[in-house]
Design a protein around this ligand. Sequence first.
Ligand code: C2E
Ligand code: MG
Ligand code: MG
Ligand code: MG
Length: 286
Amino acid sequence: HVKGRGKDGYQFFSESMNVNTTYRLGLERDLRRALQAGELRVFYQPQVNLRTGLCRGFEALVRWQHPTRGLLHPGEFLPLAEETRLIGDLSEWVLATACREMRPWLRDADEDLRLSVNFSPMQVEHPRFVELLLQKLDYYDLPPEKLEIEITENMIINDLEPISRKLDQLSSYGVRVAIDDFGTGYSSLNYLHRLPIHTLKVDQSFIRDIRHGEEGACIVNAIVAMARGLKLDIIAEGVETQGQLSYLRELGCDSVQGYYFGDARPVDWLELPSAKAPLARYSGVS
Ligand code: C2E
Ligand code: MG
Ligand code: MG
Ligand code: MG
């Protein structure tokens, strides 16, 4: 039996791969159908400016209202969408939906209110990314300054040249660029002054560590100081507690996002005030 183990191991491996493939094909079909059947949703999470106490914008986060599995988060279906290239259709749908749903708010509210939308590397690498994005904004009659795109550092590991051209173009139209999950990627920091970046989003893992004592806080201090020096806007992600909030405020962090101020919700659940009025539910901030 000892001899047969390698073989069994191999068979087991290839069998489970088959199961996996079948499972994934099922999911892929399911996701494609979901996109057409209108089972996807866009939820919005507020980003709160600590200086003014006002909402600086909303991040669009995709959800799948699955008929049998309930409400699914992107972690459960985005990787699949990326592998199967469904990500193109999905991203386009998210952007269109977010523009359409948020348009009344973005147009009427104070000029600092923005919509943030996440894009996967594969999307940004699409040759017509810039063109398609600007087309969408035009179609929904949204000024480009109302949009902030969120990309991750891992997108910029290799060659700065192609991404640089795209971001410069977007930036010249007024679209803002945020680096999401900052501090978790494997890229060097030199892109920060070579690309037109407006915002750093400090990854939630660092915020979580604040309460564990000095070390986590040290990293956050350093990032905030660096962002200040580079004149970048800074958002702390995953802020859940009063303690984290007051620490970040003391540090001079510009904005926060997290369960403390609210989870992502459907557009009709958002309590958006009229132009320039402070958000009642966020009024503990200022
Ligand atoms: P992200 O862009 O870093 O978004 C923040 C994630 O943290 C969201 O998870 C949000 O629900 C969660 N979050 C917010 N506040 C808190 C908090 O206080 N504590 C904790 N523990 N978590 C918090 P979600 O919605 O599951 O999204 C996960 C990731 O999926 C996003 O991370 C983003 O990278 C990606 N994603 C979401 N929507 C889209 C999309 O439309 N397109 C693309 N390409 N990626 C998306
Ligand atoms: Mg994001
Ligand atoms: Mg993030
Ligand atoms: Mg993330």
